[in-house]
Ligand binder design. Structure first.
Ligand code: BES
Ligand code: MN
Ligand code: ZN
Length: 525
């Protein structure tokens, strides 16, 4: 989709104009102001219009007269509410169409309202018009013009995503071009363009992640996935890529990771990407991102029942998430050093697959009794997190579709956060808030850690009871974080896919969530 920025007056040979409107009281007030202004112009003796109290939220829209006139009737009608999501369609004398989108109460419009409403209108019109002009001024929040623009463009990228790689007849949307038109002064042009460019870089990286997650597991294997990432990362400035295969993982003594790969027809891969910003000094912060990249999770010998196995191609969403955040941060050339580690394998069964009761030795020397081969993510992450600690990052964040239990604890709409460092947890919560993504911190208590201790080995990979399963998974991983390293674990099992409650996410398939939180976090370093 092409997004053009225009400053009025623009030659708008557009099929559709999109404006915003607000609730009845606010629209009535605006109408009376316009009427008063007109009277004032007509007779100089008319009482001066009281200057409007600083309208906290939105820049006034500047509508052409024909739109105002037609719309005035709608506002006057008893059915007008101007609620969020309400739409009014008008056909103008010049043959163009206009849709006026309700945003509800002006004072309650936030960036998330914009994301959701832009998604809503995109879906309503993308099948009907080839191009549309969004009249920005009614959509920008005062005091945060660029932030609003960023949210709008982000939403357009997320909403317009389609996954049609495996379809013989492609799903091309009719809507190909969106013009953003503003009456703001041209001096804002640079800032506006920067906001659009930034949102586009993040939006395109989200698309890359969603594609990886949605591709079928017989096509995206650990081997092909590693190659695809290597290919994609080639064009990124300041990035080095290293791919470890099975011989290297053996040399690294990653016994847990290799035990998961034992039953696979494909070799495990650890993709290690490093971004060093152009200007870096001893003070430059270094953040490590680790992702679970299970291209498919059958459960192994502890085989998942059919319905639970369905969709387990998305078990690599953690790796796609951290890669997309890394990719966006590099495109933005953020002044922070970032290392990204993606642990890739599937969890399958063959005659070599790891049997329950097996005991393996982790990279850090601890022995682990594998009581359930379906608790495989923590085995991969434990070794990869430990490997990442060698680079002594200032903070290490992993993302993984780790447990079904996180859906029980938080619902399928909230990302679980666990950490050994409250400052890091607070920063991630703040970034989640900044980007309107749902995240909630859960504890790792000593009892959770104790439940992961085994009798015949140092550790076991499942707890004695299934209660608190997400915390116990996190507690297990913590055993492989080197002392002194600030670590946070994001359990994205709930939010990795099927987030249709958000209008900018698909009902089925990859969500692309948490990438924006991570990018925000990296920006604040
Ligand atoms: N990939 C799954 C977690 C998962 C489950 C993600 C459901 C999304 C939806 C993970 O590898 C797994 O199987 N976890 C087990 C852990 C258990 C055996 C301790 C689970 O959650 O049941
Ligand atoms: Mn599993
Ligand atoms: Zn899994």
């Amino acid at each position: 989709m092409k997004i053009n920025l225009n400053f009025a007056p623009a030659k708008t040979s557009t099929e559709l104009n999109i404006y915003s409107c607000f609730n009845k009281a606010q629209e009535a007030k605006a109408a009376s102001k316009i009427a008063a202004k007109t009277t004032k112009k007509a007779s100089a003796s008319a009482p001066a219009v009281k200057p409007a109290k600083a309208e906290k939220v939105l820049v006034n829209s500047h509508w052409p007269e024909e739109v105002s006139e037609a719309f005035a009737h709608a506002v006057a009608s008893k059915h007008y509410k101007g609620d969020s999501g309400e739409t009014f369609a008008l056909t103008l004398v010049n043959g163009q169409s206009a849709i006026i989108l309700g945003l509800g109460d002006k004072s309650k419009v936030t960036k998330e309202v914009l994301r959701r409403q832009v998604a809503h209108i995109y879906k309503a019109v993308s099948g009907r018009y080839e191009d549309a002009t969004l009249h920005l001024d009614g959509f920008l929040i005062k005091g945060d013009l660029e932030g609003s623009l960023n949210a709008i463009v982000e939403s357009l990228h997320m909403t317009s995503y389609v996954f049609d790689r495996h379809l013989t007849v492609k799903k091309t949307a009719k809507l190909q071009t969106i013009n953003l038109l503003t009456n703001e002064k041209k001096t804002s042009q640079k800032k506006f363009e920067a906001a659009i460019n930034e949102a586009t870089k993040v939006g395109q990286s989200i698309t890359v992640a969603k594609d990886f997650v949605n591709v079928a597991p017989n096509i995206l294997t650990s081997e092909s996935y590693a190659k695809e990432i290597e290919k994609d990362a080639k064009s990124l400035k300041g990035v080095k890529v290293k791919v470890l295969g099975v011989p290297e993982l053996k040399k690294e003594k990653m016994g847990m990771f290799l035990s998961v790969n034992a039953g696979s027809a494909y070799g495990a891969r650890l993709v290690h990407l490093t971004y060093t910003p152009a200007k870096s000094s001893a003070k430059t912060r270094h953040i490590a991102l680790v992702g679970k990249g299970l291209t498919f999770d059958t459960g192994g010998y502890s085989l998942k029942p059919g319905p639970s196995m369905m969709n387990m191609k998305f078990d690599m969403a953690g790796s796609a998430t951290v890669y997309a955040a890394f990719r966006a941060a590099v495109l933005l050339q953020l002044p922070v050093k970032i290392s990204c580690y993606l642990g890739m394998t599937d969890n399958a069964v063959n005659e070599l697959a790891t049997m329950p009761d097996s005991i393996v030795t982790a990279r850090n020397g601890k022995t682990v009794e594998i009581l359930n081969t379906d608790a495989e993510g923590r085995l991969v992450l434990g070794d990869v997190v430990n490997y990442a600690c060698d680079d002594k990052p200032d903070a290490l964040i992993d993302a993984a579709t780790l447990t079904g239990a996180v859906l029980v604890a938080l619902g399928s709409e909230v990302c679980g956060l666990f950490s050994n460092n409250q400052k890091l947890a607070d920063s991630l919560m703040k970034s989640a808030k900044n980007t309107s993504e749902y995240m909630w911190q859960l504890p790792i208590i000593d009892e959770h850690k104790n439940d992961m201790k085994a009798i015949v080995a140092d550790l076991k990979n499942i707890g004695g009871s299934g209660f608190g399963g997400s915390a116990k998974g996190a507690a297990f991983i913590e055993n492989f974080v080197e002392p002194g390293i600030a670590w946070a674990h994001l359990d994205i099992a709930g939010i990795g896919d099927s987030q249709g409650h958000l209008p900018y996410c698909s009902a089925k398939g990859a969500s692309g969530l948490i990438i924006r939180t991570l990018v925000d976090y990296l920006k604040l370093q």
